[in-house]
Design a protein around this ligand. Structure first.
Ligand code: PLP
Length: 351
C-alpha cells in the first residue's frame, strides 16, 4: 500500500528490532539482558502504595523526586539530571534535539543498533567506524570525522567490552564542538564509570537506566546526567509527562535501596565469570565482558543453527544476522541454574 503522507525516510528505514518477548511462559530468557533477580521489595511496596486515587492527577513533568534521589545517589545536583521513559527515550530526545539533516553522528560499530535508526529518522549522517578485533575504541578515527555527536556505549553491546575512561576524557576534552553521549546502560556491572566527567565538561551526557542492574526493565526509567543548560534544552523536546506516577515512586525507592541492586550485580558478575570459563571450554572466543551478558563467538562459523536449536529447547539467546556478528551469540547472564541449562544445551547441540 502506498502511504505518501508518511515521510520517505520513515517508509524506507528499517525499524529497530528489539529482542523477542515470547508471550508463552516457560522460556529461559537470555536474549534481552534483563536481570534474572527481582527488584527490591521496597520498589514493589512503593508502587503498591502509589496505586491510589492520585492517579487521576498528572505526574510532576520533571519527576523532581527522582532527580533529587539520583543527585543524592550519584553526588550531583538535581539540575544535572533528566528523567526519561527508559534510556531509549533519552537517546531519542538527544538525537531530536541535536541532529539536523546531514549532521555527522559517529560511533564505533557493532554497537546498540537503535543509534542507526534514530539518526536515520533525523536524516543525519551516521559514520560507523568498525571496532578492531580487540574492541578497543577507535578514538582517532571517531575524532577525524569531526562529528556533531558521538555515541559511546560503555560497556559496549553486544561485545560487553568496556571503554577506557581516559580515552573518553580525551575525546571530550579535544572535541569541544562535539557532544559525547556515553550510554552506560550496563555500567553497574563494570569497574569504572564516566560520570565524574559530567562535573568537568559541558559537552558530555552520561545515560543510565534502571532496566538492567536495578531489575526494572518493565518500569521504564532512564537517567541522563549533563550540564544544567543541556538538560534544559533536552527537556524542551520531551513529552510534558514522560514519566508516570508509579515509575516516579518506584524509581525513588530503587535508588534508595542501592544495596539490593549491588547484591544482585555481585551474583551476576560471579555467574559471568563461570559462564565465560565454561564457554571457553566449549570452543567459544569470548571478549572480556564488563556487562551482564557475553558475546560467545566461533570465528567463521555461522551460529544461526545453534540459536535455533537452543530456541527449540526454550532457551532464548540473541542472534544478529549481520556479517560482523553471524558467528556469535549474545548471551545474558541469568541465574546459575539457567546458565547450567544453557551450557548443557549448547554442549548437546554441538555433539
Ligand atoms: C546499550 C543500551 N542502551 C540503552 C538501552 C535501553 O534501555 P532502557 O530504554 O530500557 O532504559 C539498552 C537496552 O537494551 C541498551 O542495550
Amino acid at each position: 500500500m502506498d502511504l505518501p503522507w508518511i515521510r520517505t525516510v520513515v517508509r524506507t528505514t528499517r525499524p529497530y528490532v528489539p529482542g523477542e518477548q515470547p508471550q508463552e511462559l516457560g522460556f529461559i530468557k537470555l536474549n534481552t539482558n534483563e536481570n534474572p533477580y527481582p527488584p527490591s521489595p521496597r520498589v514493589l511496596e512503593a508502587i503498591r502504595n502509589g496505586a491510589n486515587e492520585d492517579l487521576r492527577l498528572y505526574p510532576d513533568p520533571m519527576a523532581y523526586e527522582v532527580r533529587e534521589a539520583a543527585a543524592r545517589r550519584y553526588r550531583l545536583r538535581p539540575d544535572q539530571v533528566l528523567v526519561g521513559n527508559g534510556s531509549d527515550e533519552l537517546l531519542s530526545l538527544i538525537v531530536r534535539a541535536c541532529v539536523d539533516p546531514e549532521d555527522v553522528v559517529a560511533y564505533a560499530y557493532p554497537t546498540y543498533s537503535l543509534y542507526d535508526t534514530l539518526v536515520a529518522f533525523q536524516r543525519g549522517r551516521a559514520q560507523q567506524i568498525p571496532y578492531p578485533k580487540s574492541f578497543v575504541l577507535p578514538a582517532a578515527a571517531l575524532k577525524k570525522v569531526r562529528p556533531k555527536l558521538i555515541f559511546i556505549c560503555h560497556p559496549n553491546s553486544p561485545s560487553g567490552t568496556p571503554v577506557d575512561i581516559d580515552c573518553i576524557r580525551d575525546l571530550v576534552a579535544n572535541l569541544p564542538e562535539t557532544l559525547v553521549v556515553v550510554d552506560e546502560a550496563y555500567v553497574d556491572f563494570a569497574r569504572e564509570s564516566s560520570l565524574p566527567l559530567v562535573d568537568a565538561f559541558t559537552n558530555i551526557i552520561v545515560l543510565r537506566t534502571l532496566s538492567k542492574s536495578f531489575s526494572l526493565a518493565g518500569l521504564r526509567v532512564g537517567l541522563a546526567f549533563a550540564a544544567p543548560e543541556t538538560i534544559g534544552e533536552l527537556a524542551k523536546v520531551k513529552d510534558s509527562y514522560n514519566v508516570d506516577r508509579l515509575s516516579i515512586v518506584g524509581a525513588c525507592a530503587a535508588l534508595d535501596d542501592y544495596e539490593w541492586m549491588q547484591r544482585n550485580v555481585q551474583r551476576i558478575c560471579a555467574t559471568r565469570t563461570r559462564l565465560v570459563e565454561e564457554l571457553g571450554k566449549l570452543g567459544f572466543e569470548v571478549p572480556p565482558s564488563e556487562a551482564n551478558f557475553v558475546l560467545a563467538r566461533r570465528p567463521g562459523e555461522r551460529l544461526e543453527g545453534l540459536y535455533r536449536a537452543l530456541k527449540q529447547q526454550r532457551i532464548l539467546v540473541r542472534y544478529f544476522d549481520t556479517p560482523e556478528l553471524h558467528d556469535a551469540l549474545r548471551i545474558t547472564v541469568g541465574t546459575d541454574e539457567e546458565i547450567d541449562l544453557l551450557l548443557r544445551a549448547v554442549e548437546k547441540a554441538g555433539s
